[in-house]
Write a protein that binds this ligand. Structure first.
Ligand SMILES: Cc1cc2nc3c(=O)[nH]c(=O)nc-3n(C[C@H](O)[C@H](O)[C@H](O)COP(=O)(O)OP(=O)(O)OC[C@H]3O[C@@H](n4cnc5c(N)ncnc54)[C@H](O)[C@@H]3O)c2cc1C
Length: 310
Protein backbone atom coordinates (compact mmCIF):
# COMPACT_ATOMS: atom_id res chain seq x y z
CA UNK A 1 0.00 0.00 0.00
CA UNK A 2 1.42 3.38 -1.08
CA UNK A 3 0.66 6.95 -0.21
CA UNK A 4 0.67 7.96 -3.86
CA UNK A 5 1.06 6.34 -7.27
CA UNK A 6 1.60 8.23 -10.53
CA UNK A 7 0.45 6.59 -13.78
CA UNK A 8 2.51 7.76 -16.78
CA UNK A 9 6.10 9.03 -16.91
CA UNK A 10 5.78 11.85 -19.40
CA UNK A 11 6.71 15.40 -18.38
CA UNK A 12 3.54 15.70 -16.25
CA UNK A 13 4.14 12.47 -14.31
CA UNK A 14 7.86 13.08 -13.85
CA UNK A 15 7.23 16.60 -12.52
CA UNK A 16 4.64 15.25 -10.06
CA UNK A 17 7.24 12.73 -8.84
CA UNK A 18 9.84 15.47 -8.33
CA UNK A 19 7.43 17.65 -6.32
CA UNK A 20 6.24 14.71 -4.20
CA UNK A 21 9.75 13.45 -3.48
CA UNK A 22 10.92 16.93 -2.54
CA UNK A 23 7.95 17.18 -0.14
CA UNK A 24 9.21 14.05 1.63
CA UNK A 25 6.89 11.48 0.02
CA UNK A 26 7.83 8.22 -1.73
CA UNK A 27 5.83 8.05 -4.95
CA UNK A 28 5.83 5.10 -7.33
CA UNK A 29 5.67 5.86 -11.07
CA UNK A 30 4.07 3.24 -13.33
CA UNK A 31 4.91 3.52 -17.04
CA UNK A 32 3.81 1.23 -19.86
CA UNK A 33 6.37 2.18 -22.53
CA UNK A 34 9.27 4.58 -21.96
CA UNK A 35 9.81 7.57 -19.69
CA UNK A 36 9.54 10.90 -21.45
CA UNK A 37 6.23 10.06 -23.14
CA UNK A 38 5.47 12.09 -26.26
CA UNK A 39 8.68 14.11 -25.83
CA UNK A 40 10.48 11.13 -27.35
CA UNK A 41 8.61 11.78 -30.60
CA UNK A 42 9.92 15.32 -30.94
CA UNK A 43 13.01 16.09 -32.94
CA UNK A 44 13.62 19.65 -31.73
CA UNK A 45 12.05 21.41 -28.79
CA UNK A 46 12.44 25.15 -29.04
CA UNK A 47 9.76 26.39 -26.67
CA UNK A 48 10.69 24.90 -23.30
CA UNK A 49 12.21 27.67 -21.15
CA UNK A 50 15.91 27.26 -20.41
CA UNK A 51 16.63 25.32 -23.61
CA UNK A 52 16.68 27.16 -26.92
CA UNK A 53 17.15 23.95 -28.92
CA UNK A 54 17.04 20.46 -27.37
CA UNK A 55 15.92 17.09 -28.69
CA UNK A 56 12.90 15.46 -27.01
CA UNK A 57 14.99 12.43 -26.05
CA UNK A 58 17.60 14.65 -24.34
CA UNK A 59 14.95 16.59 -22.42
CA UNK A 60 13.38 13.27 -21.32
CA UNK A 61 16.77 12.06 -20.07
CA UNK A 62 17.33 15.31 -18.14
CA UNK A 63 13.90 15.09 -16.47
CA UNK A 64 14.34 11.39 -15.68
CA UNK A 65 17.79 12.19 -14.25
CA UNK A 66 16.10 14.51 -11.71
CA UNK A 67 13.54 11.79 -10.87
CA UNK A 68 16.26 9.16 -10.34
CA UNK A 69 18.34 11.63 -8.34
CA UNK A 70 15.48 11.82 -5.84
CA UNK A 71 15.31 8.00 -5.60
CA UNK A 72 11.77 7.84 -6.94
CA UNK A 73 10.60 4.27 -7.58
CA UNK A 74 9.87 3.51 -11.22
CA UNK A 75 8.21 0.37 -12.56
CA UNK A 76 7.08 -0.75 -16.01
CA UNK A 77 3.36 -1.55 -15.89
CA UNK A 78 0.46 -1.01 -18.25
CA UNK A 79 -2.58 -0.01 -16.20
CA UNK A 80 -5.69 -1.39 -17.84
CA UNK A 81 -8.28 -1.11 -15.07
CA UNK A 82 -8.88 0.72 -11.81
CA UNK A 83 -11.17 1.06 -8.80
CA UNK A 84 -10.83 4.65 -7.66
CA UNK A 85 -14.01 5.55 -5.77
CA UNK A 86 -13.07 3.90 -2.47
CA UNK A 87 -10.62 5.40 0.04
CA UNK A 88 -8.00 2.89 -1.06
CA UNK A 89 -7.47 3.26 -4.81
CA UNK A 90 -6.65 0.13 -6.81
CA UNK A 91 -4.82 0.07 -10.15
CA UNK A 92 -4.71 -3.15 -12.16
CA UNK A 93 -1.95 -3.85 -14.68
CA UNK A 94 -2.11 -5.93 -17.87
CA UNK A 95 -0.46 -8.83 -16.04
CA UNK A 96 -3.16 -8.64 -13.35
CA UNK A 97 -0.93 -7.13 -10.65
CA UNK A 98 -2.85 -4.84 -8.26
CA UNK A 99 -1.31 -1.61 -6.98
CA UNK A 100 -2.95 0.12 -3.99
CA UNK A 101 -2.61 3.74 -2.87
CA UNK A 102 -4.36 6.48 -0.90
CA UNK A 103 -3.96 8.85 -3.76
CA UNK A 104 -3.41 8.57 -7.53
CA UNK A 105 -2.14 11.04 -10.13
CA UNK A 106 -3.12 10.11 -13.67
CA UNK A 107 -0.82 11.57 -16.32
CA UNK A 108 -1.34 9.14 -19.18
CA UNK A 109 -1.20 11.66 -22.05
CA UNK A 110 -2.81 10.72 -25.35
CA UNK A 111 -2.77 7.55 -27.42
CA UNK A 112 -1.91 7.33 -31.10
CA UNK A 113 -4.80 7.29 -33.57
CA UNK A 114 -4.61 4.38 -36.02
CA UNK A 115 -5.43 4.34 -39.73
CA UNK A 116 -7.29 1.00 -39.47
CA UNK A 117 -6.59 -0.06 -43.05
CA UNK A 118 -5.68 -3.53 -44.35
CA UNK A 119 -2.01 -4.35 -43.70
CA UNK A 120 -1.48 -1.75 -40.93
CA UNK A 121 -1.28 -4.25 -38.06
CA UNK A 122 0.61 -6.81 -40.11
CA UNK A 123 3.43 -4.39 -41.03
CA UNK A 124 3.75 -2.47 -37.73
CA UNK A 125 7.50 -2.25 -37.06
CA UNK A 126 8.20 -3.73 -40.52
CA UNK A 127 7.70 -0.52 -42.49
CA UNK A 128 4.71 1.00 -40.71
CA UNK A 129 5.68 3.62 -38.13
CA UNK A 130 3.96 6.33 -36.07
CA UNK A 131 7.06 8.44 -35.41
CA UNK A 132 9.31 9.93 -38.08
CA UNK A 133 11.84 11.16 -35.52
CA UNK A 134 12.18 7.71 -33.97
CA UNK A 135 12.25 5.58 -37.14
CA UNK A 136 13.13 7.88 -40.08
CA UNK A 137 16.76 6.78 -39.88
CA UNK A 138 15.82 3.23 -40.99
CA UNK A 139 14.55 4.56 -44.32
CA UNK A 140 17.68 6.37 -45.48
CA UNK A 141 17.59 6.94 -49.29
CA UNK A 142 14.30 5.01 -49.62
CA UNK A 143 10.84 6.15 -50.73
CA UNK A 144 8.30 6.62 -47.96
CA UNK A 145 4.94 8.26 -47.34
CA UNK A 146 3.36 10.28 -44.56
CA UNK A 147 -0.39 9.82 -44.13
CA UNK A 148 -2.17 12.67 -42.41
CA UNK A 149 -2.98 16.36 -42.51
CA UNK A 150 -2.04 19.17 -40.09
CA UNK A 151 1.15 20.64 -38.70
CA UNK A 152 2.61 17.43 -37.20
CA UNK A 153 2.17 15.45 -40.47
CA UNK A 154 3.79 18.32 -42.42
CA UNK A 155 6.65 18.52 -39.91
CA UNK A 156 7.18 14.76 -40.27
CA UNK A 157 7.22 14.98 -44.10
CA UNK A 158 9.77 17.79 -44.02
CA UNK A 159 11.92 15.89 -41.53
CA UNK A 160 11.80 12.67 -43.59
CA UNK A 161 12.73 14.58 -46.78
CA UNK A 162 16.14 15.21 -45.20
CA UNK A 163 16.75 11.43 -44.93
CA UNK A 164 14.67 9.67 -47.60
CA UNK A 165 14.80 9.92 -51.41
CA UNK A 166 11.12 10.73 -51.81
CA UNK A 167 8.19 11.47 -49.49
CA UNK A 168 4.56 11.15 -50.63
CA UNK A 169 2.37 13.27 -48.36
CA UNK A 170 -1.05 11.61 -48.55
CA UNK A 171 -3.95 13.77 -47.45
CA UNK A 172 -7.55 12.61 -47.63
CA UNK A 173 -8.89 16.19 -47.61
CA UNK A 174 -8.92 18.62 -50.52
CA UNK A 175 -6.58 21.06 -48.74
CA UNK A 176 -3.49 21.14 -46.52
CA UNK A 177 -4.45 22.07 -42.97
CA UNK A 178 -1.41 24.11 -41.90
CA UNK A 179 -0.13 27.67 -41.75
CA UNK A 180 1.12 29.45 -44.91
CA UNK A 181 4.75 29.08 -43.88
CA UNK A 182 4.48 25.26 -43.59
CA UNK A 183 2.57 25.00 -46.89
CA UNK A 184 5.28 27.04 -48.63
CA UNK A 185 8.04 24.84 -47.16
CA UNK A 186 6.29 21.73 -48.49
CA UNK A 187 5.60 23.17 -51.95
CA UNK A 188 9.23 24.32 -52.34
CA UNK A 189 10.60 20.92 -51.31
CA UNK A 190 11.44 18.84 -54.42
CA UNK A 191 11.43 15.58 -52.46
CA UNK A 192 7.85 15.93 -51.20
CA UNK A 193 4.92 15.06 -53.46
CA UNK A 194 1.60 16.16 -52.00
CA UNK A 195 -1.37 13.95 -52.93
CA UNK A 196 -4.62 15.66 -51.93
CA UNK A 197 -8.05 14.03 -51.89
CA UNK A 198 -6.39 10.62 -51.68
CA UNK A 199 -7.45 7.75 -49.44
CA UNK A 200 -5.45 4.70 -48.41
CA UNK A 201 -6.87 1.27 -49.22
CA UNK A 202 -4.14 -1.19 -48.24
CA UNK A 203 -0.51 -1.54 -47.17
CA UNK A 204 1.10 -4.42 -49.08
CA UNK A 205 4.36 -6.37 -48.90
CA UNK A 206 5.94 -9.70 -48.09
CA UNK A 207 8.34 -9.60 -45.16
CA UNK A 208 8.33 -5.77 -45.13
CA UNK A 209 6.26 -2.99 -46.68
CA UNK A 210 6.60 -2.84 -50.46
CA UNK A 211 3.69 -0.71 -51.63
CA UNK A 212 0.63 1.29 -50.73
CA UNK A 213 -2.70 1.04 -52.53
CA UNK A 214 -4.42 4.43 -52.73
CA UNK A 215 -7.56 5.82 -54.33
CA UNK A 216 -7.69 9.25 -55.93
CA UNK A 217 -10.31 10.67 -58.33
CA UNK A 218 -12.07 7.29 -58.35
CA UNK A 219 -8.91 5.52 -59.58
CA UNK A 220 -7.04 2.95 -57.50
CA UNK A 221 -3.30 2.61 -57.97
CA UNK A 222 -0.18 1.41 -56.16
CA UNK A 223 2.79 3.45 -54.93
CA UNK A 224 6.04 1.54 -54.52
CA UNK A 225 7.64 2.54 -51.22
CA UNK A 226 9.31 1.06 -48.12
CA UNK A 227 8.03 3.20 -45.26
CA UNK A 228 4.53 4.24 -44.20
CA UNK A 229 4.45 6.94 -41.52
CA UNK A 230 0.98 7.35 -40.05
CA UNK A 231 0.43 10.78 -38.54
CA UNK A 232 -3.24 11.09 -37.63
CA UNK A 233 -2.87 12.72 -34.21
CA UNK A 234 -3.88 11.41 -30.82
CA UNK A 235 -6.85 10.88 -28.53
CA UNK A 236 -7.22 10.43 -24.76
CA UNK A 237 -6.81 6.98 -23.21
CA UNK A 238 -9.78 6.73 -20.86
CA UNK A 239 -10.81 3.08 -20.69
CA UNK A 240 -8.62 2.18 -17.69
CA UNK A 241 -10.18 4.95 -15.57
CA UNK A 242 -13.88 4.64 -16.36
CA UNK A 243 -15.05 6.16 -13.03
CA UNK A 244 -13.47 9.51 -13.91
CA UNK A 245 -15.68 12.15 -15.45
CA UNK A 246 -14.61 13.04 -18.99
CA UNK A 247 -15.90 15.32 -21.74
CA UNK A 248 -17.39 14.26 -25.11
CA UNK A 249 -13.90 13.77 -26.58
CA UNK A 250 -12.68 11.65 -23.66
CA UNK A 251 -10.50 14.26 -21.91
CA UNK A 252 -10.67 14.00 -18.10
CA UNK A 253 -12.56 16.80 -16.39
CA UNK A 254 -10.80 18.56 -13.52
CA UNK A 255 -10.69 21.95 -11.86
CA UNK A 256 -7.69 24.28 -12.08
CA UNK A 257 -6.12 22.39 -9.15
CA UNK A 258 -6.15 19.17 -11.24
CA UNK A 259 -8.76 17.65 -8.89
CA UNK A 260 -11.25 15.25 -10.50
CA UNK A 261 -14.75 14.14 -9.54
CA UNK A 262 -13.16 11.53 -7.20
CA UNK A 263 -11.43 12.57 -3.97
CA UNK A 264 -7.76 11.62 -3.97
CA UNK A 265 -7.55 11.25 -7.76
CA UNK A 266 -5.79 13.99 -9.71
CA UNK A 267 -5.10 14.37 -13.44
CA UNK A 268 -2.16 16.14 -15.06
CA UNK A 269 -0.96 16.87 -18.59
CA UNK A 270 -2.43 16.17 -22.01
CA UNK A 271 -5.12 13.79 -20.73
CA UNK A 272 -6.92 16.73 -19.00
CA UNK A 273 -9.59 18.83 -20.63
CA UNK A 274 -7.64 22.06 -21.10
CA UNK A 275 -6.71 24.74 -23.61
CA UNK A 276 -3.04 24.10 -24.42
CA UNK A 277 -1.25 20.72 -24.61
CA UNK A 278 2.50 21.34 -24.42
CA UNK A 279 5.44 20.23 -22.28
CA UNK A 280 5.38 23.43 -20.28
CA UNK A 281 1.67 23.04 -19.41
CA UNK A 282 2.17 19.32 -18.63
CA UNK A 283 4.93 20.12 -16.12
CA UNK A 284 2.78 22.88 -14.65
CA UNK A 285 -0.12 20.45 -14.15
CA UNK A 286 2.28 17.89 -12.67
CA UNK A 287 3.46 20.39 -10.06
CA UNK A 288 -0.09 21.47 -9.16
CA UNK A 289 -1.45 17.89 -8.97
CA UNK A 290 1.44 16.82 -6.73
CA UNK A 291 1.01 19.82 -4.43
CA UNK A 292 -2.69 19.05 -4.03
CA UNK A 293 -1.89 15.34 -3.52
CA UNK A 294 0.47 16.32 -0.68
CA UNK A 295 -2.31 18.34 0.90
CA UNK A 296 -4.80 15.49 0.43
CA UNK A 297 -2.56 12.90 2.07
CA UNK A 298 -1.84 15.23 5.00
CA UNK A 299 -5.58 15.84 5.40
CA UNK A 300 -6.23 12.08 5.34
CA UNK A 301 -3.81 11.51 8.17
CA UNK A 302 -5.61 14.25 10.15
CA UNK A 303 -8.98 12.75 9.09
CA UNK A 304 -10.32 16.10 7.74
CA UNK A 305 -12.19 16.80 4.49
CA UNK A 306 -10.59 18.88 1.71
CA UNK A 307 -12.99 21.32 0.02
CA UNK A 308 -13.05 21.51 -3.76
CA UNK A 309 -15.29 22.77 -6.54
CA UNK A 310 -15.53 21.09 -9.92
C1 LIG B 1 5.34 15.01 -32.76
C2 LIG B 1 5.12 15.87 -31.53
C3 LIG B 1 5.85 17.04 -31.40
C4 LIG B 1 5.66 17.84 -30.26
N1 LIG B 1 6.43 18.99 -30.13
C5 LIG B 1 6.31 19.73 -29.00
C6 LIG B 1 7.15 20.88 -28.79
O1 LIG B 1 8.01 21.22 -29.63
N2 LIG B 1 6.98 21.60 -27.64
C7 LIG B 1 6.06 21.26 -26.68
O2 LIG B 1 5.99 21.94 -25.66
N3 LIG B 1 5.27 20.18 -26.84
C8 LIG B 1 5.36 19.41 -27.97
N4 LIG B 1 4.55 18.31 -28.15
C9 LIG B 1 3.52 18.02 -27.11
C10 LIG B 1 4.13 17.41 -25.85
O3 LIG B 1 5.00 16.35 -26.21
C11 LIG B 1 3.03 16.94 -24.92
O4 LIG B 1 2.16 18.03 -24.65
C12 LIG B 1 3.57 16.40 -23.60
O5 LIG B 1 4.49 15.36 -23.81
C13 LIG B 1 2.43 15.91 -22.71
O6 LIG B 1 2.96 15.37 -21.56
P1 LIG B 1 2.14 14.32 -20.65
O7 LIG B 1 3.04 13.96 -19.52
O8 LIG B 1 0.80 14.85 -20.34
O9 LIG B 1 1.85 13.08 -21.60
P2 LIG B 1 2.83 12.13 -22.43
O10 LIG B 1 4.07 12.84 -22.80
O11 LIG B 1 1.99 11.59 -23.52
O12 LIG B 1 3.21 10.97 -21.41
C14 LIG B 1 2.23 10.05 -20.97
C15 LIG B 1 2.92 8.78 -20.51
O13 LIG B 1 1.97 7.91 -19.91
C16 LIG B 1 2.21 6.57 -20.33
N5 LIG B 1 0.95 5.83 -20.24
C17 LIG B 1 -0.19 6.04 -20.97
N6 LIG B 1 -1.16 5.19 -20.59
C18 LIG B 1 -0.62 4.41 -19.62
C19 LIG B 1 -1.13 3.32 -18.85
N7 LIG B 1 -2.38 2.88 -19.04
N8 LIG B 1 -0.32 2.72 -17.94
C20 LIG B 1 0.96 3.16 -17.75
N9 LIG B 1 1.50 4.21 -18.47
C21 LIG B 1 0.73 4.81 -19.38
C22 LIG B 1 2.68 6.72 -21.79
O14 LIG B 1 3.41 5.59 -22.21
C23 LIG B 1 3.55 7.99 -21.68
O15 LIG B 1 4.89 7.69 -21.39
C24 LIG B 1 4.72 17.48 -29.26
C25 LIG B 1 3.98 16.29 -29.40
C26 LIG B 1 4.18 15.49 -30.53
C27 LIG B 1 3.39 14.21 -30.67
Amino acid sequence: MREVIIVGAGPAGMTSAIYLARAGFHPLILEKEFYGGKMNYTNKIKNYPGFDDISGVDLSEKMFGCVKGLNVEFEYANIIDSRLSENIKVLVSSNQKEYKANCVIISTGLKTRYLKCKGEDEFKGRGVSYCATCDGFFFKNLDVCVIGNGSVAIEEAIYLSSICSKVFLIIKDKFINADDNAIQMVSENDKIEVMLNTSVKEIKGNDKVESLVVKSSDKEFELNLRGVFISLGSEPEGSAFSELKSNEFGYFESNELCETNIDGVFVAGDCRNKFLRQIVTATSDGAIAASRAVKYIKMLSKKCVMSKSL
